[in-house]
Ligand binder design. Structure first.
Ligand SMILES: [Zn+2]
Length: 292
């Protein structure tokens, strides 16, 4: 499994150009949810096959895929030009994986990198970067370049629009929230807070797990995680107090003993927070495209 890495802005823009090309070739620009089957056909690939149903796959490839199947949710057999997907994934997760594998096909330099007998020969940093590029390609497809951002930011800042558009674009809520912030033309940030309270110095607090901010936020304030302490005392920072209910709407009872109940209005103000669980965790980026 390769952990995702962050891409520089120029890399992201470069990937987006290729995603645009694929969308144009599929006549899918502005069509939502993005018809991935059309993009697949435009890239001259057949419909993805089930990772667990190897049927008449050549024995050598079948062996490799069986080995992968225990660890991955999708694969792109570079030489055979076939995408394999684990169809037991949640549909929105499967779409993300599908877009990711299309990235390994649509980003032309990936062929050279993965066209080897053993993908473990690839330098780990290079591998991580290629995976991140495939993730970025998938996001560009699923959010149809700027279509999501244009719609999402045509209204007041808040998570509600991102969550609503997740259904429209057929993506996970997690991916939609991340895109909402990452591509925002406005200064906004996302904090991922731990689900379980911690008690530094005896004070009920939530731990900051990670943060994400828009470019304009970063330019103005720096990384959001540098703006706050690593744990947020609930009795001092409203953000921490409101976070647990931000995605739950009305919550008539406290979510843990001793916490005060919060109003819907308070929850609605928490536009830049989310829980780390039980909302969907990050998409699993653990595909291994080097089967050959
Ligand atoms: Zn991959």
């Amino acid at each position: 499994m390769v952990m995702p890495t962050e891409l520089a802005e120029d890399q992201r823009a470069h990937v987006a150009r290729y995603a645009r090309g694929a969308l144009v070739a599929a006549d899918a620009l502005g069509r939502v949810p993005t018809p991935l089957e059309d993009v697949t056909a435009a890239l001259k690939l057949a419909s993805p096959q089930d990772l667990f149903d190897l049927g008449d796959v050549p024995p050598g490839l079948a062996r490799r895929l069986r080995r992968l199947a225990a660890k991955v949710v999708g694969a792109f057999a570079v030489r055979e030009r076939v995408i394999y997907l684990d169809h037991t994934q949640h549909p929105s997760q499967r779409r993300f994986t599908h877009g990711h594998e299309l990235g390994h096909c649509g980003l032309l330099w990936h062929d050279d990198a993965y066209y080897c007998d053993d993908p473990s020969d690839i330098d780990p940093d290079t591998h991580a970067e290629l995976e991140a590029e495939a993730n970025a390609f998938s996001a560009e497809l699923l959010f149809n370049l700027d279509t999501f951002t244009d719609r999402a930011h045509a209204t007041r800042l808040g998570l509600a629009k991102a969550l609503q558009l997740a259904d429209v674009f057929d993506t996970s809520r997690h991916a939609a929230i991340r895109r909402y912030v990452e591509a925002s033309p406005r200064a906004c940030a996302l904090l991922v807070l731990g689900q379980f309270p911690v008690f530094p110095g005896g004070r009920l607090s939530l731990k900051v797990l990670r943060g994400l901010e828009s470019a304009s936020f970063r330019a103005r304030y720096g990384p959001v995680t540098s703006c706050l302490p690593t744990t947020l005392p609930v009795d001092e920072i409203p953000l921490a107090r409101d976070a647990p209910t931000a995605l739950r709407g009305q919550a008539p009872t406290p979510w843990w003993p001793g916490a005060s109940a919060r109003s819907t209005a308070a929850a609605a103000r928490s536009t830049c927070t989310m829980r780390s669980t039980p909302t969907p965790t990050e998409p699993s980026f653990c595909c291994s495209p080097g089967a050959a």
